[in-house]
Design a protein around this ligand. Structure first.
Ligand SMILES: CC(C)(COP(=O)(O)OP(=O)(O)OC[C@H]1O[C@@H](n2cnc3c(N)ncnc32)[C@H](O)[C@@H]1OP(=O)(O)O)[C@@H](O)C(=O)NCCC(=O)NCCS
Length: 186
């Protein structure tokens, strides 16, 4: 049972992901990308997420994406490795959202037979390291960076069923979020 309203974003909703990324302040951008990219870079990056076949999970508050996790497959199909990255907006941190996003990401990777998830963060990023450790990631420090590796379990009927139930709930909330956006726009 999750505490926050976290769901998969549909490709048509990636504008919400883009808006979330653009709201990240300079420090969050630096922690997320290893440097603080410009708005132009972020726009191009977020618009290209579909092409990269990434899965994006988001914490949506009143129709607005306030936190997200991206699971990006690496190499070519059939994908067995992926990279994960996280972002939670100021004012929504330290409430367990990053941890829940990590759990959802690992579950999704597991159900897609991905056997390795790679994480990369700056050494100073104690929160990200704390989250990675909760999920038994193997962490390797190299200068001012930390490279993490996670090995999701093999999928089971239960893990697939669990994701399916969450996807159904996510679909309903996506429809409600769409209605809110349409009402606001009207
Ligand atoms: C890193 C980030 C995703 C964490 O999200 P979050 O929602 O605040 O994380 P959570 O609340 O789930 O967990 C944070 C954990 O860090 C721990 N923590 C907080 N400050 C800490 C510190 N100074 N030292 C060690 N651990 C710390 C918290 O206690 C918590 O662990 P707990 O649940 O066991 O108590 C968020 O801060 C963020 O978006 N930062 C900017 C972008 C970024 O750093 N991305 C990661 C690189 S990809």
């Amino acid at each position: 049972m999750t505490k926050h309203n976290i769901r998969k974003l549909w490709p048509a909703e990636l504008g919400l992901y883009r808006e979330h990324m653009l709201r990240l302040d300079q420090d969050a951008r630096r922690l997320r990308f290893g440097r603080a990219p410009s708005d132009e870079f972020i726009e191009t990056y977020a618009d290209g997420v579909n092409d990269l076949k990434s899965l994006v999970f988001a914490y949506v508050d009143d129709g607005v994406v306030r936190a997200a996790a991206e699971l990006r497959p690496l190499g070519s199909a059939p994908y067995r490795q992926a990279e994960a990255a996280f972002s939670v907006e100021q004012g929504y941190r330290d409430e367990g959202i990053g941890t829940e996003l990590m759990a959802r990401t690992i579950q999704a990777a597991r159900n897609r037979a991905i056997t390795r998830i790679y994480l990369n963060c700056l050494l100073e990023n104690k929160k990200m390291r704390a989250i990675a450790k909760k999920f038994d990631a193997v962490l390797r420090i190299d200068h001012d960076e930390v490279f993490g590796e996670l090995a999701p379990a093999t999928p089971t009927c239960f893990s697939i069923w669990h994701e399916m139930i969450e996807a159904e709930t996510g679909f309903v909330t996506a429809v409600l979020d769409l209605q809110k956006r349409l009402l606001r726009a009207a």
